[in-house]
Design a protein around this ligand. Sequence first.
Ligand SMILES: Nc1ncnc2c1ncn2[C@@H]1O[C@H](COP(=O)(O)OP(=O)(O)OP(=O)(O)O)[C@@H](O)[C@H]1O
Ligand SMILES: [Mg+2]
Length: 272
Amino acid sequence: MLDRGNTSVAGRPIADLAFEEARPEVRPVVGQNIRIARDGRLLLDVDELVVSGSGMTVLMGPNGAGKSLLLRCLANLVAPDSGTITWGGCQPDRARAARLGFVFQRPVLLRRSARANIRHALRAAGVSRGEAAERADQALAAARLSHLSRMPARRLSGGEQQRLALARAMALRPECLFLDEPTVNLDPASVAAIEATIIAAGRSGTKVLFVTHDSAQARRIATDILFMHDGQILERGEAARFFDAPGTAAARAFLAGDLVGEPGPEHRVRTA
Ligand SMILES: Nc1ncnc2c1ncn2[C@@H]1O[C@H](COP(=O)(O)OP(=O)(O)OP(=O)(O)O)[C@@H](O)[C@H]1O
Ligand SMILES: [Mg+2]
């Protein structure tokens, strides 16, 4: 387990600071019969996916499995060819978007300072000017970016931009946090700090959906696993059970570090 106190502000672990007031009500994000095909290839073929409750769901699978595409569908940024996405039982809408935090594989930051990026997101979500300033500073401290708060966000390093995108998402105190490989460019200390912050978010009641193709990272943080391959969710269930006894040849190959082959009928095993 991580040392959650490896960075502190005024003697308190930053991971706790970031989420001390967050007790969001988590309404489920549900995808049903999601299909996307391009150039005759079925990129996404997911019968049902329910993101709800609390804790850390890790969506894992090899490169090209469809993880990012699925996340973008759930975020309402890509419309599937067929199927439905609902947020709390309703159509996705702008008002609700502020309650769902997204950090994508390539962070999208505005052409303004690091601090202004966070403040802008908070103001757009209806947070008052004073509170937005306070929460932006707290989020920057939690991300260990206070010293860069006035820097143009796009001039930050790749890893710093990722930390800023995460800080911005978390400042909104979302009920669900959807993270697509948020630590992929980070050095080990930053990975540990971000994992600790995200774990704290999960513990405080935020639902986290975390995409990674790093099985060591998944073992460290997951409470449950969704395993994807070739556009399909092949396995879902408790993390310990998945790692001890993966139910599909694709997952076994993936965990062994082997190339994952084409999915056949034996790959279609689904566990609850
Ligand atoms: N707009 C698009 N048009 C055509 N193909 C696409 C499009 N978007 C994604 N794809 C394809 O869909 C497949 C899944 O892509 P996706 O980015 O979701 O994979 P991933 O699981 O996130 O992989 P990685 O681990 O490399 O990030 C890939 O083969 C990709 O080339
Ligand atoms: Mg991806």
